[in-house]
Design a protein around this ligand. Structure first.
Ligand code: NAD
Length: 484
């Protein structure tokens, strides 16, 4: 078995298939965005590795499904507890591998991952209770396990976002093949060990490391998967969709965004400004970030100066330090992509109100940036940058506002600030977005639906929407009076 020591933790760099570690001869490297340090050589899975993992998941499925939600609950609760017990190690490895803030990982992100496992395990107990009566028949609605789920996840919060799929998938009685992101693969490997220690049987949770175009593509094209849940970019979803269209595998796609952040003149401007500056969190590598600020004209200048005061005082640097608020971008390629968007916008004649350049903290650190003077057609307004870069637009009437807010191909999220409830709700109802936050941001109740409209996704997960996806929903209609 191959391991790497990362942040003092021994992490397996092999796949995890049928309860055993499996090594590939070919490896890919993962380096730390903090300072470019080489962290590990990780097994690069291929079509044969995927074949072995899907076969293991298929073999494990009947017994796992037959346990029922009650039988799975104690195992999944132990899994959730194991995550909590190891949150410091997971957080430390995640920070080294993807550059996210250590303090935030330990306080919020990794505990949330444990909650993802426990919440769905408990909620699954309440499935299969529903009956619909009609004069002739009783309809018994059942959520039966669907089979094997392929789970493909991104690097910006790999451990937490993978549990957001693994939780409902295993709770539903499905078995899983996970393909973690190649830019931050290490904590998903730790997840496999924690699941096994908690008693998740061999074959129920398999992890195949590898490059998206190879291992990911082989998984998406595999004929024996029953569900595919993907979180990542819209372009990759289009590629995956061509494979799943052939097999008619049901998909759940959680994709990119370019969400509007709307501030009305009657808002609590201090809170609104702090929340705008909060969009730089995780160096802007957050799908839900409200990256297009739309400020009502009459308060725009005041608001912008308040945002400036917070944003330009933010501490950019090593994400392991407690005081750091903005860490690095994930890789040199991604840094160039972010910088490219800003450079092209500047060449098109727009000026940043602040930022726009590499930060002195290091090679992969970018200054928090606000770009003004844009129009709706510009690339910087239309495309997801996935870095600490916001755009600034103003509006006078609500029709204009709604046109600007809905004027991209995305529809993931939106933020509305107003102290007038009727107005806030009127605006929120007109927005094309899977999630709208009013006077807050990023408050995510696990029982609520989550997903994106337009190019931001297909389907909804969360609460019973997750079980709609991971289960085969069946109606058994029994004729009244037909039983002896
Ligand atoms: P990505 O699409 O490049 O990669 C995501 C995953 O897909 C990785 O595991 C990758 O290996 C795999 N992959 C790549 N090519 C593949 C292929 N041809 N077939 C199968 N799998 C393949 O995305 P990323 O750069 O890792 O993540 C950033 C993107 O994810 C952003 O667009 C962001 O908005 C989005 N995201 C969305 C959500 C959400 O909930 N909507 C959450 C986080 C991130």
């Amino acid at each position: 078995m191959s391991t790497a020591k990362v942040a003092g933790v021994d992490v397996s760099t092999d796949h995890f298939i049928d309860g055993k570690r499996v090594e590939s001869k070919r490896k890919f490297q993962t380096c730390s965005p903090i300072d470019g340090r080489h962290l590990a050589d990780v097994s690069a899975g291929d079509a044969d590795t995927i074949e072995a993992a899907v076969a293991a998941a298929r073999r494990a499925f009947p017994k796992w499904a037959a346990l029922g939600a009650e039988g799975r609950l104690p195992i999944l609760k132990r899994f959730a507890q194991a995550i909590l017990d190891h949150k410091q190690e997971i957080s430390a490895v995640e920070t080294e591998d993807n550059g996210s803030l250590l303090a935030g990982n330990a306080a919020r992100v990794i505990p949330r991952a444990a909650h993802n496992i426990q919440f769905f395990a408990e909620r699954a107990l309440k499935l299969n209770d529903e009956k619909l009566d009609s004069p002739e028949v009783t309809n018994h609605i059942r959520f039966d396990p669907a089979g094997i789920a392929a789970l493909i996840t991104p690097w910006n919060a790999p451990f937490m976002l993978t549990t957001w799929k693994v939780g409902p998938c295993l709770a539903a009685g499905d078995t899983a093949v996970v393909k973690p992101p190649e830019w931050a693969p290490l904590t998903c490997s730790m997840m496999a060990d924690l699941a096994a220690e908690a008693g998740v049987p061999p074959g129920v949770l398999n992890v195949v490391q590898g490059i998206g175009e190879e291992a990911g593509a082989a998984l998406a094209a595999h004929p024996d998967i029953d569900r595919l849940s993907f979180t990542g970019s819209t372009d990759t979803a289009r590629l995956i969709g061509t494979s799943t269209a052939r097999s008619l595998t049901p998909v759940s796609f959680e994709l990119g965004g370019k969400s509007p952040f709307i501030v009305c003149a009657d808002s609590d401007l201090d809170t609104a400004a702090r929340t705008v500056a909060g969009q730089y969190f995780n160096a802007g590598q957050v799908c839900l970030a409200g990256t297009r600020v739309l400020a009502e004209e009459k308060i725009a200048d005041v608001l912008r100066e308040k945002v400036r005061a917070t944003a330009t005082a933010m501490v950019v640097g090593d994400p392991r330090e407690k005081t750091t608020q903005i860490g690095p971008l994930i890789t040199p390629e991604h840094y160039q992509r972010v910088e490219g968007f800003v450079d092209r916008a500047m060449k098109a004649g727009v000026k940043p109100f602040w930022g726009g350049h590499r930060h002195k903290a290091g090679q992969l650190y970018f200054e928090p940036t606000l770009i003004g003077g844009v129009n709706q057609q510009m690339e910087i307004v239309q495309k997801e940058v996935f870095g600490p870069v916001l755009t600034w637009q103003t509006w006078n009437d609500e029709d204009d506002l709604v046109r600007l807010a809905n004027g991209t191909d995305y529809g993931l999220a939106a933020v509305v600030f107003s102290r007038n409830e009727e107005r806030a709700m009127r605006i929120a109802r007109q927005l094309v977005a899977g999630s709208v936050w009013v006077n807050c941001f990023f408050v995510r109740e696990l029982a609520a639906p989550f997903g994106g409209s337009r190019n931001s996704g297909i389907g909804r997960e969360g609460g019973n929407w997750s079980f709609d996806f991971y289960c085969d929903v069946k109606n058994i209609a029994t004729l009244k009076g037909s039983f002896a």
